[in-house]
Design a protein around this ligand. Structure first.
Ligand code: ZN
Length: 409
C-alpha cells in the first residue's frame, strides 16, 4: 500500500498553530516578524527538529528545514509557503502549505522512508505584505527580484525595518539569500477563489499564474452646459468611456473564459450633474494566464481607446500603473502533480492562479508548480476562511506523492 499522510495529525497541527495570534472570530493575526510570528516559527522549527530535520536561516530570515536524502550532493525538492497572516487573516492561507510540508516529512520519517534527493520545507518571510510592503519580499529577494538592502530596509508604519526585526528575533541568518540548485519546488495552497468548490473537485493542478496589467485611462473633453448644447456638438468624455467599457467587456467575452476585464474606479471632473465633464478617469485591470493573449488584449485596448476617443472628439491618455507578466509553471512539475492526484484517485481541475504567491518568484529560478484545494465559498484574507479536513488531507496526500516522485527521479 502506498504511503498515507496522517490527516488528523495535520489538522491538529494547523489548529495548534492557529492559536498563536488566534482572533475572537476564529481567524488569525500573526503578521510578519511580530512576536507572534516568531512564536509560530519556533513552534514549526521545534516540530521539524523532533523528526531530525536541520535548519538553515538565510539573510532575509527565510527558513529552510531539511530532511536528508540518500544522496545529499543532489539538489533538494522543496515545498513550503508562509506562516505570516493578514491582520484579519485565516487559519489556512500559507500556513497550510508549510504544515502540509511538515506532514510529508513526518510521514516519511515514521515509515523510515528515504528519498534519493533531500527534501526541504521553506517558510518565506513577509509573504502577505500586510506589515511590510511589498508582498512576497522574502522570496522576491531570494530570487533576485529585489536587492538584499532593499528587502532589509522595508519599514512598517512605526518605522521598524525588516532588518531590525530579524535581528531582534535572532532570524538574521548567515545563509546567502540567493538561489541555490533545486530539483523542483511545489507549493500547496488553498485556492482563495470559488472555482474548485463550483466544480466539486478536491484538487487543483495549477499550471501558472495570471498575467495582470493595470492602467489609468484619462479622457479629456470640453465642459459645456447640459441644456443648450446639442448632443452632436459635444466633446463628451463620458460618452467615450461608456463605449470603451462596453468594447472591453466584449473583448473579454470574445477572448474566452480565462480573460478578465475590471473597471473598479471611475471619476468625473468637475463632477456636476448639469455639466458635461471635462475629464473622466477610469481604472482598467486586464488579466489572462497566457502572456501572448494578454499582450493582444493590451494592444486591442489601446486601439479601442484611440478609435472611440477620436470618434467622440476627446483626448485620451493611458497611464501604465502595473505590469505583472503571466507565469507558466514547469511542465515536469505539473505532470508530477497530475500523476500524484491520479495515483491517489482524486478528481482534479487544471487551472491558473488568480492571486500572487511566493511560487511566482521561485519559478524564476527553479522548476515550480502549485497544488490548490477548495476553500469555503472562495473566501480568503478573512477570519472566516475555511477548508474541510477531507480536502486538507487530500491536498497533502497529493503533495506527498508529488515530492516522493520528484525526489526519486
Ligand atoms: Zn498565501
Amino acid at each position: 500500500m502506498a504511503l498515507q499522510i496522517n490527516g488528523e495529525r495535520l489538522w491538529a497541527s494547523l489548529m495548534e498553530m492557529a492559536k498563536i495570534g488566534g482572533t475572537d472570530k476564529g481567524g488569525c493575526n500573526r503578521q510578519a516578524l511580530t512576536d507572534k510570528d516568531k512564536a509560530g516559527r519556533e513552534l514549526f522549527i521545534s516540530w521539524c527538529k523532533d523528526i531530525g530535520c536541520t535548519l538553515r536561516v538565510d539573510q532575509m530570515g527565510n527558513l529552510f528545514l531539511r530532511k536528508a536524502g540518500t544522496n545529499n550532493a543532489l539538489p533538494p525538492v522543496i515545498t513550503g509557503s508562509h506562516l505570516d497572516t493578514q491582520p484579519t487573516g485565516g487559519k489556512f492561507d500559507g500556513v497550510y502549505g508549510v504544515l502540509a510540508g511538515l506532514e510529508v516529512l513526518r510521514t516519511l520519517h515514521e515509515n523510515a522512508v528515504e528519498t534519493l534527493h533531500p527534501l526541504e520545507v521553506v517558510v518565506w518571510t513577509n509573504e502577505e505584505g500586510a506589515r511590510f510592503s511589498p508582498a512576497m519580499i522574502g522570496s522576491g529577494v531570494w530570487c533576485g527580484e529585489f536587492s538584499l538592502d532593499y528587502g532589509l530596509s522595508r519599514t512598517d508604519k512605526a518605522g521598524i525595518s525588516i532588518g531590525d526585526e530579524l535581528a531582534r528575533h535572532g532570524y538574521l541568518g548567515d545563509a546567502p539569500c540567493a538561489p541555490f540548485q533545486i530539483k523542483a519546488a511545489i507549493e500547496l495552497h488553498i485556492e482563495q477563489g470559488p472555482i474548485l468548490e463550483a466544480v466539486e473537485k478536491p484538487i487543483g493542478v495549477v499550471k501558472g499564474v495570471q498575467g495582470m496589467r493595470w492602467y489609468d485611462l484619462v479622457l479629456t473633453g470640453q465642459p459645456v452646459h447640459a441644456g443648450p448644447t446639442p448632443m452632436d456638438q459635444r466633446q463628451d468624455p463620458m460618452k467615450a468611456v461608456s463605449q470603451i467599457i462596453s468594447a472591453l467587456f466584449a473583448l473579454a467575452d470574445d477572448t474566452g473564459p480565462l480573460a478578465r476585464a475590471t473597471f473598479g474606479d471611475i471619476n468625473a471632473s468637475p463632477g456636476s450633474r448639469n455639466t458635461v465633464p471635462e475629464t473622466v478617469t477610469l481604472t482598467v485591470d486586464l488579466r489572462h494566464p497566457d502572456q501572448h493573449t494578454l499582450d493582444d488584449m493590451d494592444a486591442e485596448f489601446r486601439r479601442i481607446a484611440s478609435t472611440i476617443s477620436r470618434a467622440c472628439g476627446v483626448e485620451h491618455t493611458i497611464v501604465d500603473e502595473w505590469n505583472s507578466p503571466a507565469v507558466a509553471f514547469d511542465e515536469h512539475c505539473i505532470n508530477a502533480v497530475r500523476a500524484s492526484a491520479q495515483q491517489a484517485e482524486l478528481d482534479y481541475e487544471e487551472m491558473f492562479s488568480g492571486a500572487g504567491h511566493d511560487s511566482v518568484y521561485v519559478s524564476k529560478v527553479a522548476p515550480t508548480s502549485m497544488i490548490f484545494i477548495p476553500c469555503e465559498k472562495g473566501i480568503s484574507h478573512n477570519e472566516a476562511e475555511n477548508a474541510t479536513p477531507e480536502d486538507i488531507t487530500s491536498g497533502c496526500q497529493v503533495l506527498l506523492g508529488t515530492m516522493v516522485k520528484l525526489a526519486n527521479a
